[in-house]
Write a protein that binds this ligand. Structure first.
Ligand code: 5GP
Length: 223
């Protein structure tokens, strides 16, 4: 897929980038869709989380995750370095506040692939600080049966981990009603079209476009 700069609706049209929060139960295709979005939009970055989970085959440090020790994670936690963090399937995951702020300040949009507990924390923090709201997107598999089959056939984790993921999936699906957008991933291409549409629509919001509009139409707009 060609990397595309959405030049007509630039992420930098407004001063600060947009935070897209994407959650889903395991096996919904979330990681694939997030990767496709980052490949497609050159001004969209994936936030690299810190985790205490051991790396899986093929995963690279500081690309897929920052793989860190329990002690390292705890130190970051004590220093209030996380925008959000959560324990998922027995491992800890967190998003660095500094990493996110640095990207947003550059006007880049960010996609945060985080679980429902983390998404809830981000929502509360942004509301409490009256910060620019984030966009919350939930990806659902086409049915519970498909969701469970996908989790079972992923084959990278132990039976206990798989059992935990199945139980968690049901809890997470219940949280989908709290998100702004829902994508049912029945077909990857269709699901990606929807994700792209959400990103473009958010970038086109009047309040985010005003900087660009003022620049182009300063002669006619008395602002
Ligand atoms: P996995 O271990 O399969 O890569 O991820 C397990 C779950 O942890 C996924 O739902 C993923 O979205 C979530 N996750 C990954 N990074 C973070 C993070 O920084 N914060 C939170 N809250 N969840 C995360």
């Amino acid at each position: 897929m060609n990397k595309t700069k959405d030049s007509r609706q630039p992420a930098t049209g407004n001063s600060k980038g947009i935070l897209f929060i994407v959650s889903a139960p395991s096996g919904a295709g979330k990681t694939t869709l997030c990767r496709m979005a980052v490949d497609y939009f050159s001004d969209l970055r994936h936030s690299i989380s810190y985790t205490t989970r051991p790396s899986r085959e093929g995963e690279k440090n500081s690309i897929d995750y920052h793989f860190v020790s329990q002690q390292f994670f705890q130190k970051m936690l004590n220093n209030a370095e996380f925008l959000e963090w959560a324990e998922v399937h027995g491992n800890r995951y967190g998003t660095s506040r500094n990493d996110i702020n640095a990207l947003l300040e550059k006007g880049l949009d960010i996609i945060l692939d985080i679980d429902v507990q983390g998404a809830r924390q981000v929502k509360q923090r942004l509301l409490a600080n009256s910060e620019q709201p984030a966009v919350f997107i939930f990806i659902l598999p086409p049915s519970l049966k498909v969701c469970e089959e996908r989790i079972k056939t992923r084959g990278k984790d132990s039976p206990e981990v798989i059992a935990g993921r199945l139980e968690n999936a049901r809890t997470e699906i219940r949280e989908s009603i709290k998100y702004d957008f829902i994508i049912i991933n029945d077909n990857l291409e269709d699901a990606f079209e929807r994700l792209k549409s959400i990103i473009l629509a958010e970038r086109s919001r009047r309040e985010r476009m005003m900087g660009e509009v003022k620049r182009i139409y300063s002669e006619v707009l008395d602002l």
